[in-house]
Design a protein around this ligand. Structure first.
Ligand SMILES: *[C@@H]1O[C@H](CO)[C@@H](O)[C@H](O)[C@H]1NC(C)=O
Length: 220
């Protein structure tokens, strides 16, 4: 049977830059640790606690919360590490790197930093993904037109994309020698084209809502 026990952990200010961490268990101090100022701030952010300058100012609303506070020892070395887990602000993550010497640790730090930057870029790319997919889907219209007219679809599309300064460009389906639809007198109202694209978008959205109902709820 597991009993839930409330353990009070408090951080003492002593001197200027070093702070003393005292863990009190049933009012009996059993662990003292010295931690640096920035670490205290990080612990406060993670646990949702407030840093109080005097013990008298300690009230229950200033207390932070952590599910687990433990000390880890590593092999035969005297290195000890205080681990504070299951904090209120669970978005905070600590990456602990160990290595044979300073160089290896620095190298690992750089690699992790690189990897995090890559992931950040990937997330940004993913956010643009729907727009790209939409653009790709729109491209299928000129591609299909070119293919149905017996032209090389990719080649034709690339040529037209290269001359994008003219808004009236289209596919020269009848091989009249010009891709300018105004010259070919191929005219359609903006309203009708808008409606067609809106309808197509709605159909795709309805299909994707059928396939992934949960996804749709998030992005609506
Ligand atoms: C898409 O779904 C909505 C809501 O179910 C419906 O009103 C609309 O007519 C559907 N659109 C198409 C194009 O099927």
């Amino acid at each position: 049977m597991v009993h839930q026990t409330r353990v009070l952990v408090w951080l003492f200010v002593s001197g200027v830059s070093m702070l003393k961490l005292t863990i009190c268990f049933f009012n009996v101090n059993f662990l003292h640790r010295w931690v640096g100022g920035p670490q205290i701030e990080l612990i406060a952010i993670a646990t949702g606690g407030r840093i109080v300058p005097r013990f008298e100012e300690l009230t229950s609303d200033k207390l932070g919360y952590a599910g687990v506070v433990k000390e880890l020892c590593f092999g035969t070395t005297k290195d000890r590490m205080l681990v504070i887990e299951e904090c209120t602000n669970s978005k905070v993550v600590t990456i602990f790197i160990r290595g044979g010497n300073r160089m290896i640790v620095d190298e690992a730090k750089r690699s992790i930093h690189d990897a995090l930057c890559r992931i950040l870029n990937l997330i940004k790319t993913l956010e643009q993904y729907p727009f790209r997919a939409f653009a790709d889907a729109l491209e299928s219209i000129p591609l299909a037109l070119a293919e149905n007219s017996g032209l090389n679809p990719i080649h034709t599309l690339t040529e037209i994309k290269a001359r994008q300064n003219n808004a009236a460009l289209g596919i020269d389906c009848l091989c009249k020698g010009t891709a300018d639809m105004k010259e070919q007198h191929v005219i359609e109202t903006l309203h009708s084209k808008n409606e067609q694209i809106l309808l197509a978008t709605e159909v795709v959205r309805n299909i994707s809502l059928l396939l992934y109902p949960d996804d749709g709820k998030q992005h609506r």
